[in-house]
Design a protein around this ligand. Structure first.
Ligand code: 5GP
Ligand code: MN
Length: 339
C-alpha cells in the first residue's frame, strides 16, 4: 500500500470505523470484513460491519457475524441504522469490491459520506473512489490482502484464532480450496501464517463445505439432473433456475454457491454459466478455463465483472430473455471458445 504511513497514523488513535462489503457476500467478502473488524476492535476502534444484503447461513459461525448489520428489502430501520454508521464514521473500509454499484442501496450513502475511504480488493478494473487503496489483482483473495495490511502495520501478533479463521475462510474459498489457477506460493505462505496464528483448516472446510441443508443438496441434484445443458459446439455448459424452481426447492441465500463449477467440470467445457432469478433481477455467474475472459464478457454484456476466470453479472430482463441474449452471443465467441 502506497500511503500506508498516513493510514497507520489514522489508525493510531481510536476511530469510528464502518466496514462494508458487497451484496450477497461470500466467504471472502464476509471473512475479510469480520477478520478486519476483529483486528480493528483489538486496536481499540469502534467498528461496525454492514452487508448490503443477507448472507449465507454457512458463514454464521464467523466470529462477529451476529452483529453484522445485514440489510433486507423489508427493513427500512436497518438501512437507517447503516446510514447513521456511515455518516458518523471516520473511516469506511470497502472490502472485496471496487465498483460502488456492488453495494446496491448503499452506493450513494457510502459515496457521499465524509469519512476517509479505504478500498481493499482484488477484482479487475477498480473504480477510483477511495483515498487509500490496497488493491492487487494477483491476490487470490481479499482476506489475504487484509492479512498483508495487518502485517504491514506491524501488528501480526494481534491475529488470534477467530480472526485467522475468518481470513482463512476467504483464502480457502476464493482459491477453490487451493485448486484454482490463482493459487501461488504466496497463497500457501499466507495460509501458513494464518494456520500458525490459530486458523483450523479442517474445521473451516467442514463448516463451509460439509454442513449442507437437505434442501441445498436437493437443489444441486435437481440442477444437475434436470437443468445442466452442454453445448458441445461452444464448449459451454449452463444451468438456469427460475423463481418457481427455487421456491419449490426451498432455496436459501448461498444455496447456489459453487453450482456453476459443476458445469465447468464437464470434460472439454471452457465456459460455464449459472443464471437464476432473484426476483428483483437475474443473477449470473460465469466461470471459464484458459484465456477466455469472463470478466470482459460479463462487463461487456451483463453489467458485471470480476476476475478473468470467475465473474458475475446481472440482468433486468426475464430469465428466458437473459438466456436468449446469452445464447445469441455465443456464435460471436465460437473461435475463442475453441482455441
Ligand atoms: P460469483 O459468480 O461467485 O457470484 O462471483 C464470481 C466473481 O465475480 C467474484 O469475485 C465476485 O465478487 C465477482 N462478481 C459477481 N457478481 C458481480 C457483479 O455483478 N459485478 C462485478 N463487478 N463483479 C461481480
Ligand atoms: Mn474475493
Amino acid at each position: 500500500m502506497k500511503n500506508l504511513p498516513a493510514l497507520k497514523t489514522l489508525l493510531d488513535s481510536p476511530k469510528k470505523v464502518a466496514i462494508v462489503t458487497h451484496f450477497k457476500p461470500d466467504a471472502d467478502a464476509l471473512g475479510s470484513s469480520l477478520g478486519l473488524a476483529g483486528f480493528l476492535k483489538k486496536k481499540g476502534h469502534s467498528v461496525s460491519v454492514v452487508s448490503p444484503s443477507d448472507f449465507p447461513d454457512f458463514l454464521s459461525w464467523m466470529s462477529g457475524s451476529e452483529s453484522v448489520i445485514a440489510l433486507s428489502k423489508k427493513s427500512k430501520e436497518l438501512l437507517a441504522k447503516a446510514t447513521v454508521e456511515f455518516n458518523q464514521a471516520d473511516i469506511i473500509f470497502c472490502l472485496d469490491f471496487s465498483s460502488l454499484s456492488r453495494i446496491n442501496d448503499l452506493t450513494d450513502i457510502v459515496k457521499n459520506a465524509s469519512a476517509k475511504k479505504v478500498m481493499i480488493d482484488h477484482h479487475l478494473e477498480p473504480e477510483n473512489f477511495a483515498e487509500f487503496q490496497k488493491w492487487n489483482v494477483s491476490s487470490a483473495s481479499t482476506a489475504q490482502l487484509v492479512f498483508e495490511l495487518i502485517d504491514e502495520l506491524g501488528e501480526k501478533k494481534k491475529i488470534d484464532s477467530s480472526i485467522a479463521n475468518c481470513l482463512y475462510a476467504g483464502l480457502m474459498t476464493d482459491t477453490g480450496s487451493f485448486r484454482h489457477n490463482n493459487t501461488t506460493a504466496r497463497e500457501f505462505e499466507v495460509a501458513n501464517e494464518l494456520v500458525s496464528a490459530g486458523a483450523n483448516p479442517s474445521e473451516v472446510a467442514r463448516l463451509i463445505y460439509d454442513v449442507n441443508s437437505l434442501s441445498r443438496l436437493k437443489l444441486i441434484g435437481f440442477a444437475l439432473n434436470q437443468k445442466l445443458t452442454v453445448l458441445t459446439e461452444y464448449r459451454t455448459a449452463y444451468i438456469t433456475l427460475s423463481q418457481d424452481e427455487l421456491k419449490k426447492l426451498d432455496a436459501q441465500t448461498g444455496d447456489t454457491e459453487g453450482l456453476v463449477n459443476y458445469g465447468l467440470s464437464v470434460k472439454d467445457v471452457q465456459l460455464a454459466v449459472l443464471m437464476y432469478d432473484r426476483g428483483e433481477e437475474i443473477k449470473i455467474s460465469f466461470r471459464s478455463l484458459g484465456d477466455f475472459s469472463v470478466n470482459d464478457f460479463a462487463r461487456k454484456h451483463f453489467e458485471g465483472g470480476g476476475h478473468k476466470n470467475a465473474a458475475g453479472g446481472s440482468s433486468k430482463q426475464t430469465l428466458e430473455q437473459t438466456l436468449k441474449k446469452f445464447l445469441d452471443l455465443l456464435p460471436e465467441y465460437k473461435e475463442s471458445l475453441n482455441p
